[in-house]
Structure formats: C-alpha cells, structure tokens
Design a protein around this ligand. Structure first.
Ligand code: NAP
Length: 502
C-alpha cells in the first residue's frame, strides 16, 4: 500500500516528504499542497510546499554530488540504474495505486506505466554504456591547409545538474525518461513533479514513491532530489536557478514560458499537440475505427499523442463515424479502480475547459454523435461530426474524451488543416497506398507521422519530438542521453606530421 512498508519513510503524518541530501524531509515552510482525487474530488494526499531556501540547498548538494558521480565508472552507474529498475518493478502495486488515486488512471494502465518505466531505466543503462563508451578520433589533414600533426579525441561529458519537470498524465514514466538519461550520463538530477497549478495537476505522490526506489537502490546522497510545491510558486525559481545546467520539461504551454525565461542552458521541451488523423478512401476502415477509438479515447484522451482531430474523406466518413460510434457505445465509463476505459478527467477545471470546447462546437452547429453527458469530472465519450475550422475544437487540445471529425474533399485539404495548427507533435495517415502515405508523411509538419496506426510515444527508444509549439529537441532514450551531455575534446599536437617517419 502507498506510504507503508518500505515507503513508510516518505510519509510525515499526513504529508508526503520531499527528498534532499539522500533523506526524506519535512519542509520548513510548514505548508503543504493538496492532491485532489479526480474521482472523489476530495483531498487524497498532501505534499510539502518547499521553500526557495530549500531549493537552494538542494542545488548546492547536487553540485557536490555530481562532481563525484561524473568520476564514477560508467558500468557502476549502469549497475545502480539496473538495481533501481528492478526495485521499481517490484513495487509496482503501491505506485500504481497512487496513479489510480491521483490522476484516475485505469488500474491496469497504471501498472503498465510503472513496469514500462522500469524497462525504460534498464534500457537506458544499457544504451548508456554503449553510446557513452564511444568517442571520436579526428585527424587534422582532412581540412585544407593542415598536415597530419593534430589528433583530436572527443568524448561526451555530463552537463551538471539536470532539472526534470514532468506533467500529470505520466508522472512516473515521463520522470524516469529524464532521470535515467541524466544519471547514466553523469549528471545530478533535480525532479519537480506535478502537484498543482492553474489546472491543478496531480502525480507527485506516485513520483515520490518512484524516487524512493532510486533511494533504495543506493545512489549517492544529493545526486537525486525531489522538491515539491506549486509550479506557480517554486517553478520559476527552479527554472531560472543559476545552478541548473539543463531543463527537460514535458507539459503544456508552461514550457513555452519556461523557454523564454530560462538562461543559457540546453532545453528539452515536449509540449502539447493536436495530432491529426488523415483518412483516405482506400484505407482499411475497420483498422481506422479501431485506431480512432484507441488513439482518441485511451486514458480519456489525456495523452499528448492522442488523436485530437480526424480529417476524413467525405466518401468514407459516414461508414467510419458509424463504426466508431458502435465502438464508443461499448466503452466502460466509470472509476479507474474498476478498470473503466473512460475515467474522470484530472480536475474540475479541465472538465470545465473541455465542456467549453464542446458548447462552442454545439453553438456553431457540430453534429453530436452521442448525447453530451458529464458528472463531476467524468465526461462520457463524445464524437463531434461535421466540425468546421471556425470552431475552437478544430484547433485546441481538449485533453479529454471528446473528438472532432472534419470532413475533407481532398488530401491537400487535410494536410493544409494539419499544417495550419500551431502544434506539430505527431500525426497519422490511413491508406493502403504506401507511396501516397510517404508523400503525405513528408508533407505533414509534425515530429512523427504514423502510417496505419494511431500516434503513440514509444517504444521508448524511438525518437520523439514536436515541431512548432510542440517542442524543442528530441526525446527517446538515445537522444535524451546525447542531449544531456556535451562534447569534450582533447587535441594531441605533434611537433611534426605523424606520417614523416618510415
Ligand atoms: P503543465 O500544466 O504544463 O504542467 C507540467 C509541469 O510544469 C508540472 O509539473 C507543473 O507543476 C509544472 N509547472 C507549472 N508552472 C511552472 C513554472 N512556472 N515553472 C516550472 N514548472 C512549472 O502540463 P500538464 O497539464 O501537467 O500536462 C498536460 C499537457 O502536457 C498537455 O498539453 C499535453 O499535451 C502535454 N504533454 C506533452 C507530452 C509530450 O511529450 N509532448 C507528453 C505528455 C503531456 P505543478 O503541477 O506543480 O504546477
């Protein structure tokens, strides 16, 4: 059970502690942040509201720990990561329990998130020993005017302190996708899990349990820290802190604001999306319907890579809408504990926002394929047909179980809508014509295009990136390790070109 057994240390009465200098602590602020259960809409947990002074202390400790960690042999770093991965998987049940209660993730998916996270950490350890074990040798005489008298040895070295800020929807997986690469590369890591902001995000308590697994694995003190508190209160202080050498952020528009404020440090930003699903006449329509339902409604549409707009050729639209409606009717709606397909969205303000988009579409004449139904944070799945570009839902990210369908008369029309979006995370195209699919993929301005499948992040070693307002840089295990390092060169200067002997 959460907060008990090996996790008893992380709880102080009713408030979960923060993690600094290798121990669990109560904040001197005496304040805490409530984590509201989306299903019951009651306070489920409380976490410490850390102070700026405590953040300063964490940064000082991280700086010292990082210097020693960078000198720890790579294989030893990998060994500890493997250990943490195994502990994480061993304790999947209490961590999954937090995900169910904090973010209403269906119970089965919650367990999957923890197991996938353990696998990600192990894979990162393995990938790290390979790619960080390699360097480059360059010789000078390839550049005009040079002889072979300079040998350049270059390898990858850590950046220093990486600040990791994950969002509410995958607070464990999207935290370890930053923690693993940072640590294997020799960096220290400061985690700011989601707690509460304008949209009242949850996920911190699951993240604290995950961090405890790294503690149990025996990482040096100060190397990993986890500070909790409202993003709006300590967020700016953290992101603008002079001790931070890299920021890896996943979330919404907050990332754009951080990018403008952050100093001269490398940024990895994985932000929102409006993933388009383009359906051509020759597509396998059963496959399309299955992917629209899975892609648009899994975890109640609260996924960055959810299908967020369907752009479908008019000639096949009726058939697909009918097939999708038949599948939606079979979805189980209810609490996450019962493994329902559609569970309450994360907060009341999220539900209000989704409702605002739905009402705007209604006023402007969209066809409701189901009756709009909401109880508290729970919104029943809704397909909106005949959506037009003047409706907000054609462009905005609902992050809920409502999906707009825009009927198109040409592929170009679909591509045009996709590219007119300020987002460019992923997209997908359904057709049996692979040549056409490749051309459409090339034309779509998004970080990844899936052919004949709904957008998805993963497998976790695949590159993952957004264009335009969807992000900066690229994730995926290898890309993240590389991003959290810099190249260091040593040049051997010979008194005379090396080929003058013999
Ligand atoms: P969010 O509101 O942007 O929050 C993300 C994180 O930023 C939270 O940890 C939040 O902490 C923190 N934060 C808030 N204000 C901050 C500040 N001033 N400085 C530093 N950190 C601050 O996003 P969300 O609602 O959790 O997640 C939903 C969004 O994430 C959607 O737009 C979705 O598309 C996107 N997303 C993108 C990806 C991707 O890989 N592209 C993956 C998943 C989700 P507090 O909660 O404590 O305020």
């Amino acid at each position: 059970m959460a907060g008990t057994g090996v996790f008893a240390d992380i709880l102080d009465g009713e408030v979960y502690k923060y993690y600094a200098d290798g121990e669990w602590r109560a904040s001197g602020s005496g304040k805490s942040v409530a984590i509201v259960n989306p299903t019951t809409r009651q306070t489920q947990y409380r976490v410490q509201a850390c102070t700026q002074e405590e953040v300063n202390k964490v940064m000082e400790g991280a700086k010292v720990a990082q210097k020693a960690w960078a000198r720890t042999p790579l294989w030893k770093r990998a060994e500890l990561l493997h250990k943490a991965a195994a502990i994480l998987k061993e304790h999947k049940a209490p961590i999954a329990e937090c995900l169910v209660k904090e973010i209403a993730k269906p119970a089965k998916d919650a367990v999957t998130e923890v197991v996938r996270s353990g696998d990600l950490v192990s894979y990162t350890a393995e990938e790290g020993v390979r790619i960080l074990g390699e360097g480059k040798l360059l010789v000078s005489d390839s550049f005009p005017g040079n002889e072979r008298n300079k040998y350049c040895l270059s390898s990858k070295v850590p950046l220093g302190i990486v600040l990791a800020i994950p969002p509410f929807n995958y607070p464990v997986n999207l935290a370890v996708s930053k923690i693993g690469p940072a640590l294997i590369a020799g960096n220290a890591l400061v985690l700011k899990p989601p707690t509460q902001c304008l949209l009242c995000n949850q996920g911190a308590v699951a993240a604290l349990h995950m961090v405890h697994c790294f503690h149990l694995a025996g990482f040096p003190k100060g190397l990993i820290s986890c500070v909790t508190g409202k993003g709006s209160e300590i967020g700016d202080f953290l992101t603008m802190h002079p001790g931070v050498n890299c920021i890896s952020f996943t979330g919404g528009d907050t990332g754009i604001a951080i990018s403008k404020k952050a100093g001269m440090v490398p940024l990895q930003m994985e932000l929102g999306g409006k993933d388009a699903c383009i359906v051509l006449e020759d597509a396998d329509l059963d496959l399309v319907a299955a992917n629209i339902v899975k892609g648009g409604f899994s975890y109640s549409g609260q996924r960055c890579t959810a299908v967020k707009v369907v752009l479908i050729m008019e000639t096949v639209a009726d058939t697909v809408v009918e097939k999708v409606n038949a599948k939606l009717a079979k979805l189980k709606v209810g609490p996450p504990e019962d493994n329902c397909d559609i569970t309450p969205v994360v907060t009341e303000s999220s539900a209000n926002f989704i409702e605002g988009l739905v009402m705007d579409a209604k006023e402007k004449g969209a066809t409701f394929c189901q009756e709009y139904r909401r109880e508290g944070n729970l919104i029943w799945p809704l397909l909106l047909d005949h959506v037009r570009p003047d409706m907000r839902i054609a462009w905005e990210e609902p992050f809920g179980p409502v999906l707009p369908v825009i009927r198109i008369n040409s592929v170009e029309e679909g591509i045009h809508h996709c590219n007119a979006s300020n987002f460019g995370l992923q997209g997908c195209v359904f057709t049996r014509d692979i040549n056409k699919a490749i051309m459409i993929s090339d034309a779509m301005e998004s970080g990844t295009v899936q052919i004949n499948s709904a957008p998805a992040r993963g497998p976790d070693h695949f590159p993952f990136q957004g264009l335009k307002d969807s992000g900066i840089g690229s994730q995926g295990i290898t890309n993240s390790i590389n991003m959290m390092t810099k190249v260091k060169s040593t040049v051997i200067n010979l008194p005379s070109p090396s080929y003058t002997m013999g």
